[in-house]
Design a protein around this ligand. Structure first.
Ligand code: AMP
Ligand code: MN
Ligand code: MN
Length: 351
């Protein structure tokens, strides 16, 4: 674990960001495409903060949330753009006097909402923890790449604004923090992550049932397809690189949805000595979604950005087009380059 991550503490929240939250009346809360626990938990928590301050917030997701995470939107506040033909991105942005973006600071990660947000004069603010923040895109941004999740930054916003957290909101934020840290196992879980978790538990969150709902509730089909994925995994470069491909053939044969694949890359990466782990998931003809994980000191963010993606040093992602063989070979080349750079650069030699 890098000491930078383990010793992270929150910096100052920009005053303009707090003022914008205080002064808006009709805020529109957005997050990244294919929302995960941190995206949904953070969006729902800021939605509740705004509602309890007398505002009329709307939270719009571009895609549905994985079924197992839906419980953290206790009151069903989030609306899904792709599930409701009545929802129109331009109308939604026009009706807002503030756009609040959480858990991404890259405009293209807003998916179908992005063109409407970009072409509008409505001020936009952002709370995030990714490395590739588009700072100039927002009128106010609080981006803390060392933060374990966005959810705990929302917790800080509650504190700063003097707004009480109820149990449901605490649970949404706990899920945000727990899922982004792999249940407090990843290197982004520094002392602060445990401190936030303790405070959320004090507010009434029960960790055990939350864990069971998210991590012990998979379908048997998912387990069988994970078996296929693991049995086809490949080790290369003296065991330093581990990868596997989840094809559309496996997915349809086993009858699992894309949302159920969450967590596969973590199960794949349980091999001793594997420093770079990547999972390639076929999402369409010649189209692949890639999840990268670093179990050593290498930054897989460098690989993801090489292909137009992003994320964090230890967990990053990108999309690639081509045949399966081409895509895997380009990724392996990029991994080898990273391993090679380290071998020839004494500054990053970890021997
Ligand atoms: P995942 O492997 O999907 O769990 O993603 C790991 C991290 O990489 C998350 O922080 C994502 O936000 C980020 N990420 C994944 N895919 C992309 C992408 N195509 N572009 C930018 N960031 C991504
Ligand atoms: Mn996220
Ligand atoms: Mn996050």
């Amino acid at each position: 674990m890098s000491s930078a991550e383990s010793s992270w503490s929150p910096g100052e929240i920009p005053n303009e960001l707090i003022t914008a939250l205080e002064e808006c009346e009709n805020p529109l809360v957005l997050t990244h495409i294919y929302p995960d626990g941190d995206a949904l938990g953070s969006a729902i928590a800021i939605h509740r903060l705004l509602k309890s301050s007398g505002k009329n917030p709307r939270t719009i997701l571009t895609h549905p949330v994985p079924e197992k995470l839906a419980f953290i939107d206790h009151d069903g506040e989030a609306e899904v753009l792709t599930e409701n033909p009545q929802l129109n991105p331009e109308d939604l942005v026009d009706a807002a006097d503030l756009v609040v973006v959480v858990d991404t600071s890259a405009p293209d990660r807003l998916g179908l909402m992005e063109p409407a947000v970009t072409s509008s004069d409505v001020p936009r603010i952002c709370i995030d923890h990714h490395l590739e923040g588009a700072y100039e895109y927002f009128s106010a941004i609080w981006c803390e790449p060392g933060s374990p999740a966005t959810g705990n930054l929302i917790f800080e916003v509650f504190q700063r604004m003097g707004i009480e957290l109820d149990r449901d909101t605490a649970e949404s934020l706990f899920v945000a923090l727990a899922t982004d840290t792999g249940w407090f196992r990843h290197s982004n879980a520094g002392f602060k992550a445990y401190e936030y978790a303790a405070r959320l538990v004090q507010l009434g969150v029960e960790a055990d049932p939350v864990y069971n709902r998210i991590f012990q509730s998979f379908s048997h089909e998912r387990t069988l397809s994970l078996g296929d994925l693991l049995s086809q995994s490949v080790l290369s470069e003296d065991g330093k690189i581990l990868h596997s491909v989840f094809t559309e053939e496996i997915r349809s044969r086993r009858g699992v949805s894309m949302e159920e694949l969450d967590g596969f890359v973590d199960s794949l990466g349980q091999v001793k000595g594997a420093e770079i782990v990547f999972l390639v998931v076929e999402i369409g003809p010649m189209r692949y979604k890639v999840s990268l994980r670093s179990h050593g000191d290498f930054s897989v963010h460098a690989i993801a950005t090489r292909f137009g993606g992003g994320g964090h040093a230890k967990a990053a992602g990108c999309r690639l087009e081509g045949t399966e063989v081409e895509v895997v070979s380009r990724l392996l080349d990029a991994c080898r380059d990273l391993l090679g750079e380290s071998a020839t650069d004494p500054a990053t030699d970890r021997a």
